[in-house]
Design a protein. Structure first.
Length: 70
């Protein structure tokens, strides 16, 4: 039970931080994954090997995909 409380608290804190970051100037560029076709950057995945965006992070937090242990 204590582990679940720790997990819930971690998710709440992470979500608050992410919400704050999402409101910062220029954060709109990072809300969704890069559309490589739309922006004609077909070598994007050759350059960026582990792409991440705020929307994906938000989903991963909600689905408990991150390990919060030290």
């Amino acid at each position: 039970m204590f582990e679940q409380v720790k997990l819930d608290n971690w998710q709440k804190v992470a979500s608050k931080i992410l919400a704050h970051i999402s409101k910062l100037k220029g954060a709109y560029w990072f809300q969704e994954p890069v559309d490589t076709v739309k922006y004609n950057i077909l070598d994007y995945f050759d350059i960026v090997t582990k792409p991440m965006d705020l929307g994906t992070i938000r989903k991963k937090i909600a689905h408990n995909c991150y390990n919060n242990s030290p």
